[in-house]
Write a new protein. Structure first.
Length: 229
Protein backbone atom coordinates (compact mmCIF):
# COMPACT_ATOMS: atom_id res chain seq x y z
CA UNK A 1 0.00 0.00 0.00
CA UNK A 2 2.78 2.43 0.86
CA UNK A 3 4.35 2.20 -2.59
CA UNK A 4 1.39 3.98 -4.20
CA UNK A 5 1.11 6.77 -1.65
CA UNK A 6 2.12 10.27 -2.61
CA UNK A 7 3.94 12.48 -0.13
CA UNK A 8 4.32 16.03 -1.39
CA UNK A 9 6.29 18.89 0.09
CA UNK A 10 9.79 20.35 0.24
CA UNK A 11 12.63 17.98 -0.57
CA UNK A 12 14.88 19.25 2.24
CA UNK A 13 12.84 18.97 5.42
CA UNK A 14 14.46 19.24 8.85
CA UNK A 15 15.35 15.75 10.03
CA UNK A 16 12.59 13.89 11.87
CA UNK A 17 13.09 10.13 11.49
CA UNK A 18 9.92 9.40 13.49
CA UNK A 19 7.83 11.52 11.11
CA UNK A 20 9.42 9.81 8.11
CA UNK A 21 8.57 6.37 9.54
CA UNK A 22 5.02 7.48 10.30
CA UNK A 23 4.66 8.73 6.73
CA UNK A 24 5.19 5.17 5.50
CA UNK A 25 2.25 3.98 7.61
CA UNK A 26 -1.46 4.52 7.02
CA UNK A 27 -4.05 6.10 9.24
CA UNK A 28 -6.26 3.04 9.73
CA UNK A 29 -3.35 0.92 10.97
CA UNK A 30 -2.26 3.65 13.38
CA UNK A 31 -5.82 3.95 14.66
CA UNK A 32 -6.01 0.20 15.27
CA UNK A 33 -2.82 0.27 17.31
CA UNK A 34 -4.03 3.21 19.41
CA UNK A 35 -7.39 1.51 19.95
CA UNK A 36 -5.66 -1.67 21.10
CA UNK A 37 -3.65 0.40 23.58
CA UNK A 38 -6.82 1.90 25.06
CA UNK A 39 -6.59 5.26 23.30
CA UNK A 40 -9.43 5.24 20.79
CA UNK A 41 -10.32 8.96 21.02
CA UNK A 42 -7.76 9.87 18.40
CA UNK A 43 -9.62 10.52 15.12
CA UNK A 44 -10.59 14.00 13.94
CA UNK A 45 -14.12 14.57 12.55
CA UNK A 46 -14.71 12.94 9.15
CA UNK A 47 -15.61 16.31 7.60
CA UNK A 48 -11.89 17.14 7.57
CA UNK A 49 -10.80 15.89 4.14
CA UNK A 50 -7.66 16.14 1.97
CA UNK A 51 -7.50 18.36 -1.08
CA UNK A 52 -5.58 15.55 -2.76
CA UNK A 53 -6.73 12.10 -1.60
CA UNK A 54 -3.54 10.53 -2.99
CA UNK A 55 -1.39 12.37 -0.45
CA UNK A 56 -0.30 11.26 3.01
CA UNK A 57 0.71 13.82 5.64
CA UNK A 58 2.65 12.85 8.75
CA UNK A 59 4.72 14.72 11.30
CA UNK A 60 5.06 16.50 14.60
CA UNK A 61 2.25 18.94 15.39
CA UNK A 62 2.38 22.70 15.97
CA UNK A 63 -0.96 24.26 16.88
CA UNK A 64 -2.59 27.62 16.29
CA UNK A 65 -6.02 28.91 17.26
CA UNK A 66 -7.97 32.07 16.54
CA UNK A 67 -11.36 33.69 16.29
CA UNK A 68 -13.52 36.06 14.26
CA UNK A 69 -12.88 39.73 15.04
CA UNK A 70 -14.57 42.23 12.76
CA UNK A 71 -13.22 45.21 14.69
CA UNK A 72 -9.79 44.74 13.10
CA UNK A 73 -8.71 46.51 9.93
CA UNK A 74 -7.56 44.73 6.79
CA UNK A 75 -3.97 45.68 7.63
CA UNK A 76 -4.22 44.40 11.19
CA UNK A 77 -5.62 41.02 10.18
CA UNK A 78 -3.12 40.54 7.36
CA UNK A 79 -0.27 41.47 9.70
CA UNK A 80 -1.52 38.89 12.20
CA UNK A 81 -1.98 36.21 9.51
CA UNK A 82 1.47 36.68 8.01
CA UNK A 83 2.74 36.36 11.59
CA UNK A 84 1.17 32.88 11.71
CA UNK A 85 3.06 31.94 8.55
CA UNK A 86 6.30 33.34 9.97
CA UNK A 87 5.97 31.42 13.25
CA UNK A 88 5.11 28.04 11.71
CA UNK A 89 8.07 25.73 12.42
CA UNK A 90 9.83 24.04 9.50
CA UNK A 91 9.50 20.27 9.49
CA UNK A 92 6.22 20.22 11.41
CA UNK A 93 2.50 19.99 10.62
CA UNK A 94 0.36 23.02 11.44
CA UNK A 95 -3.04 22.18 12.97
CA UNK A 96 -5.42 25.14 13.20
CA UNK A 97 -8.60 25.54 15.25
CA UNK A 98 -10.05 28.80 13.87
CA UNK A 99 -13.32 28.61 15.84
CA UNK A 100 -15.45 29.53 12.84
CA UNK A 101 -16.90 28.07 9.67
CA UNK A 102 -17.12 31.36 7.83
CA UNK A 103 -13.73 32.17 6.28
CA UNK A 104 -10.85 30.35 4.64
CA UNK A 105 -7.79 29.76 6.79
CA UNK A 106 -5.61 28.63 3.88
CA UNK A 107 -5.05 29.79 0.33
CA UNK A 108 -2.55 29.53 -2.50
CA UNK A 109 -0.09 32.22 -1.40
CA UNK A 110 -0.08 31.02 2.21
CA UNK A 111 0.38 27.40 1.12
CA UNK A 112 3.31 28.42 -1.09
CA UNK A 113 4.94 30.31 1.77
CA UNK A 114 4.58 27.38 4.18
CA UNK A 115 5.82 24.90 1.61
CA UNK A 116 8.90 26.98 0.83
CA UNK A 117 9.87 27.27 4.50
CA UNK A 118 9.65 23.49 4.96
CA UNK A 119 6.33 23.02 6.76
CA UNK A 120 5.11 19.47 6.08
CA UNK A 121 1.42 20.33 5.72
CA UNK A 122 -1.65 21.98 7.20
CA UNK A 123 -4.81 20.66 8.85
CA UNK A 124 -7.67 23.02 9.71
CA UNK A 125 -11.06 22.57 11.31
CA UNK A 126 -12.29 25.17 8.87
CA UNK A 127 -12.10 26.50 5.35
CA UNK A 128 -9.71 26.65 2.43
CA UNK A 129 -9.81 28.68 -0.77
CA UNK A 130 -7.78 28.64 -4.01
CA UNK A 131 -8.20 24.88 -3.67
CA UNK A 132 -7.20 23.99 -7.22
CA UNK A 133 -4.03 26.09 -7.01
CA UNK A 134 -3.10 24.71 -3.59
CA UNK A 135 -3.53 21.19 -4.91
CA UNK A 136 -1.46 22.05 -7.98
CA UNK A 137 1.56 23.17 -5.96
CA UNK A 138 1.40 19.93 -3.99
CA UNK A 139 1.21 21.35 -0.47
CA UNK A 140 -0.76 18.88 1.71
CA UNK A 141 -3.93 20.47 3.13
CA UNK A 142 -6.83 18.88 5.03
CA UNK A 143 -9.89 21.09 5.61
CA UNK A 144 -13.60 20.83 6.33
CA UNK A 145 -15.04 23.13 3.64
CA UNK A 146 -14.27 25.54 0.81
CA UNK A 147 -15.15 29.20 0.54
CA UNK A 148 -13.88 32.25 -1.37
CA UNK A 149 -14.17 34.35 1.84
CA UNK A 150 -10.80 35.15 3.39
CA UNK A 151 -9.55 36.38 6.79
CA UNK A 152 -9.16 40.05 5.79
CA UNK A 153 -10.82 42.32 8.38
CA UNK A 154 -12.48 39.20 9.83
CA UNK A 155 -10.13 36.85 11.73
CA UNK A 156 -7.12 36.95 14.06
CA UNK A 157 -4.99 34.29 15.79
CA UNK A 158 -5.06 34.18 19.58
CA UNK A 159 -2.70 31.36 20.63
CA UNK A 160 0.30 29.45 19.29
CA UNK A 161 1.59 26.09 20.48
CA UNK A 162 -1.14 25.61 23.08
CA UNK A 163 -3.59 22.66 23.16
CA UNK A 164 -6.57 22.87 20.82
CA UNK A 165 -9.66 20.69 20.53
CA UNK A 166 -11.10 19.45 17.25
CA UNK A 167 -14.21 17.37 17.69
CA UNK A 168 -13.59 15.30 20.82
CA UNK A 169 -9.81 15.18 20.36
CA UNK A 170 -7.42 17.46 22.22
CA UNK A 171 -4.21 18.11 20.29
CA UNK A 172 -0.99 19.47 21.78
CA UNK A 173 2.10 20.77 20.06
CA UNK A 174 4.61 17.94 20.02
CA UNK A 175 2.00 15.28 19.31
CA UNK A 176 2.26 13.41 16.03
CA UNK A 177 -0.37 13.22 13.32
CA UNK A 178 -1.00 11.07 10.27
CA UNK A 179 -3.58 12.00 7.65
CA UNK A 180 -4.61 10.25 4.46
CA UNK A 181 -7.83 9.68 2.52
CA UNK A 182 -9.27 7.66 5.43
CA UNK A 183 -8.98 10.57 7.86
CA UNK A 184 -6.75 12.20 10.47
CA UNK A 185 -5.30 10.36 13.49
CA UNK A 186 -3.50 12.12 16.35
CA UNK A 187 -0.85 10.29 18.40
CA UNK A 188 0.01 11.74 21.83
CA UNK A 189 3.68 12.66 22.05
CA UNK A 190 4.39 10.24 24.90
CA UNK A 191 3.04 7.31 22.84
CA UNK A 192 4.43 8.22 19.43
CA UNK A 193 7.56 6.10 19.22
CA UNK A 194 5.89 2.97 20.62
CA UNK A 195 2.78 3.40 18.48
CA UNK A 196 4.78 3.87 15.28
CA UNK A 197 6.95 0.82 16.04
CA UNK A 198 3.87 -1.30 16.73
CA UNK A 199 2.16 -0.02 13.57
CA UNK A 200 5.16 -1.11 11.52
CA UNK A 201 4.83 -4.60 13.02
CA UNK A 202 1.08 -4.68 12.35
CA UNK A 203 1.57 -3.63 8.74
CA UNK A 204 4.06 -6.46 8.29
CA UNK A 205 1.51 -8.96 9.63
CA UNK A 206 -1.24 -7.48 7.44
CA UNK A 207 1.03 -7.94 4.44
CA UNK A 208 1.44 -11.61 5.31
CA UNK A 209 -2.33 -12.03 5.72
CA UNK A 210 -2.91 -10.34 2.37
CA UNK A 211 -0.40 -12.57 0.58
CA UNK A 212 -1.95 -15.73 2.02
CA UNK A 213 -5.51 -14.70 1.15
CA UNK A 214 -4.45 -13.84 -2.38
CA UNK A 215 -2.85 -17.29 -2.56
CA UNK A 216 -6.18 -18.87 -1.66
CA UNK A 217 -6.23 -19.18 2.15
CA UNK A 218 -9.69 -19.02 3.72
CA UNK A 219 -10.21 -15.57 5.36
CA UNK A 220 -11.27 -17.02 8.71
CA UNK A 221 -8.34 -19.42 8.67
CA UNK A 222 -6.04 -16.49 8.00
CA UNK A 223 -7.53 -14.53 10.89
CA UNK A 224 -7.18 -17.45 13.29
CA UNK A 225 -3.58 -18.03 12.21
CA UNK A 226 -2.38 -14.42 12.38
CA UNK A 227 -4.86 -12.81 14.79
CA UNK A 228 -5.28 -9.90 12.39
CA UNK A 229 -7.68 -8.96 9.62
Amino acid sequence: MSASRQNAGPANLPADPLADRLGRCYASAVHDVLRAQGHDNCVLPPEIRPLNPAQTLAGRVWTVSGHIDRTKSAHETLLEWTGVLSKAPPGQVVICQPHNHEVALMGELSASALQLKGVRGYIVDGGCRDAAMVEQIGFPVWCSFFTPSDIVARWVPDAFGTPVSIGSVTISSGDYVIADRDGVVVIPAAMAEAVIARTEEVMGTEGEVRRNIMAGMDPQEAYLKYGKF
